[in-house]
Write a protein that binds this ligand. Sequence first.
Ligand SMILES: Cc1ncc(COP(=O)(O)O)c(C=O)c1O
Length: 380
Amino acid sequence: MGRLGGITPFIVMEILEKAKELERRGRDIVHMEIGEPDLPPSPKVLEALKELKGANLGYTDSLGIWELREAIARYYWETYGVDISPERVIVTTGTSGGFSLIFSALFEVGEGIVFTDPGYPCYKNFARVYCLKPLTAKVEKETDYELTPEVLEEINQPFKGFLVTSPSNPLGNIYKRETLKALVEYAHQRGKIFISDEIYHGLNYSAPVHTALEFGDDVIVVNGFSKYFCMPGFRLGWVVVPQRFVKPLRLVVQNLFISPPTPSQLLALKALEDRQYLREVRETFRKRRDYLYGELKKLFDIPVEPQGAFYIWANVGRYAKSGYEFSLKLLEEVGVATTPGVDFGNNNTQSFVRFSYTSRLERLREGVRRIKLFLERLKI
Ligand SMILES: Cc1ncc(COP(=O)(O)O)c(C=O)c1O
């Protein structure tokens, strides 16, 4: 099995398979487990898709089409007032391609990298594939589920870098400006690599989002087109890196990936232009968040207000021995699919479930109706 032996499976796959089996047997399933937007890309993207016929679809520059790198740099200026050179933007095959690139090129075998628990489960698996040592920092309600320099100081093993996700998956919380600033300063002073995963930026509803780039250049920002831009299948992301990393990273891209997907790059240019559509996407998810959070907080203990992304992290401990058991029964009995908390780590995740609002409002309403029915039955 080699290094793959260390990779952890997703428990939610079991739930998904079960959901599919039930659907094959004719059951109607409300999907609240899915982590990708159900909305289509901008109409401008879909229009341009039809016109790709005449385009040059060969390899591009390893770091991406220059116009796209410029457009991304401009996006930072227009969205955050941050001036970055397009030279520092590297277009990647999804943010997943970005993690592959950074973990393989900027870390030595065996070096430590810190991730939060709970957190997005793939990070540690990327680290394992590239023979790094994943270390976990527990994030708690008392510190608003944020990784802070103080939490990092308590890690009693050496580490070269750390990663933060804001808005976060699975919690939906958004890091405070001061925390991000403190982390950028900490990394700079201690010579650590700070990776800021900003893939859910734009999907923020009740708090502003700040890019770590606002607080200095010595940080790696990862972002992409899979969430806010509603283009998950286009497999396109980007990283913004300090200038000194551009050359070594180019070398790795040339060998591992050659270049990011060309049709997707051409279409991403259109996605960045259509700001009106992006505003509509945010509004759609905001309405869903308001509805679902309003309903679920009457039923479960939700320790952190979901301010962004499309997830709600709920404690179901009152109703079941574990989040896993709750998810499984909820699916079998009333046909609502959710993700058990244990998929996101070991730190107090056992009794949690992640609800996604990546379905239409009518479906969320139906989901809530069924959840209430399920809880009613539990009381009997
Ligand atoms: C926090 C986070 N980062 C990164 C990704 C990977 O996204 P992609 O490779 O599609 O850009 C995901 C996907 O769910 C995610 O939740």
